[in-house]
Design a protein around this ligand. Structure first.
Ligand code: DGY
Length: 320
């Protein structure tokens, strides 16, 4: 007998098929918001709940009120800052995420952010679309090469390491900081910095590849921007909360930071208005993991985690 799974958001057909092969799946109607009342009535009776990082916020109050049939929650994301894990544990609800399987997709977008910012893609596209391009000249849209530059990676988890792998192919020198120094086989010759300050001082390019935690929230602010080399280029593939928007916008406007590539934002989808008018910002709408390959692999790892849970077996994608 298949276990019943309630999904709070829309999914590609291919992923629906993966879930439906293992569970009795119900999907939320459009406009659904996970909250007490009618929404909880829909969830009532299901054993498993699949939520999204961007549309659902499972704080202590929401978890406390979840229908008592729910035994496990999976988030269709690697990030889990939207779930109060402690409250889930306290209610005896297991929690699962989708690590690893989207690192390649996110690292590809990480490189896209670095390239898009460094090679002035926003201005280039705007120029072509405006119809005002007068043809090639040696003075038009000269950007910055990645080759030979120091790339500082803030957060050398799975995504950070995949970015490092690709950036080496662009002849970048990899430096990083992380909660713990990596073993040599994962470090692959990258230079470790025991403090963020020391990393910032050398980072001609800086990419934020960390989750949002109390320690990383607001990390890139006026003070830390001031520690970067003048004209550094920054990118964010982690979470918007790691950046203080006012400070980054003012550094971009003054040229203290030459350019930024951003895939994640505070308060998505209502992004800080200052970004939209700056020509030196290359922005994407949180598409880091948006490949069909990653989506399907995320579906498969959700199935793996919840199935193992049903059989009482351990699984590495259980986070609470
Ligand atoms: C993730 O998996 O955390 C992505 O950012 C989607 O939320």
């Amino acid at each position: 007998m298949k276990q019943s799974l309630f999904v709070t958001f829309d999914l590609p057909t291919e992923v629906r098929r993966i879930l439906e092969a293992s569970f009795n799946v119900s999907y939320a109607p459009s406009g659904f918001r996970l909250q007490p009342g009618v929404a909880f009535d829909l969830v009532q009776g299901h054993l498993l709940l699949l939520v999204s990082a961007t549309q659902d916020r499972l704080d202590a109050a929401l978890i406390a009120g979840l229908p008592d049939t729910i035994r496990a929650i999976a988030t269709y994301s690697v990030g889990h800052d939207h779930i109060d894990l402690q409250s889930a544990r306290a209610r005896g609800i297991a929690v699962f995420s989708t690590p690893d399987v989207l690192s390649t997709a996110c690292a590809e977008v990480g490189m896209l952010l670095l390239l898009g910012a460094a090679r002035r893609v926003t201005e280039s596209v705007d120029l072509l679309r405006s119809g005002n391009w007068n043809g090639w000249t040696p003075t038009q849209l000269n950007g910055t090469s990645l080759s030979g530059k120091v790339l500082g990676i803030f957060g050398m988890g799975r995504i950070g390491r995949e970015i490092a792998k690709r950036a080496r192919g662009f002849d970048m020198n990899i430096h990083y900081t992380n909660r713990l120094r990596l073993p040599p086989d994962q470090e692959q010759g990258a230079t470790y910095h025991g403090s963020p300050e020391s990393l910032l001082a050398v980072s001609q390019f800086l990419i934020l590849a960390c989750p949002a935690t109390p320690e990383t929230t607001g990390f890139l602010n006026a003070r830390t921007i001031g520690m970067l080399p003048k004209g550094a280029i920054v990118a964010n593939i982690g979470r918007g909360a790691v950046v203080v928007d006012e400070d980054l916008v003012s550094a971009l406007a003054s040229g203290r930071i030459a350019a930024a590539g951003l895939d994640v934002f505070n308060n998505e989808p209502n992004i800080f208005p200052g970004y939209s008018t700056l020509p030196n910002v290359f922005m994407l709408p949180h598409i880091g993991s948006s490949t069909l390959e990653a989506r399907q692999a995320m579906g498969a790892i959700v199935v793996h985690g919840l199935t193992a849970f049903g059989m009482g077996q351990p699984t590495p994608n259980r986070i609470a």
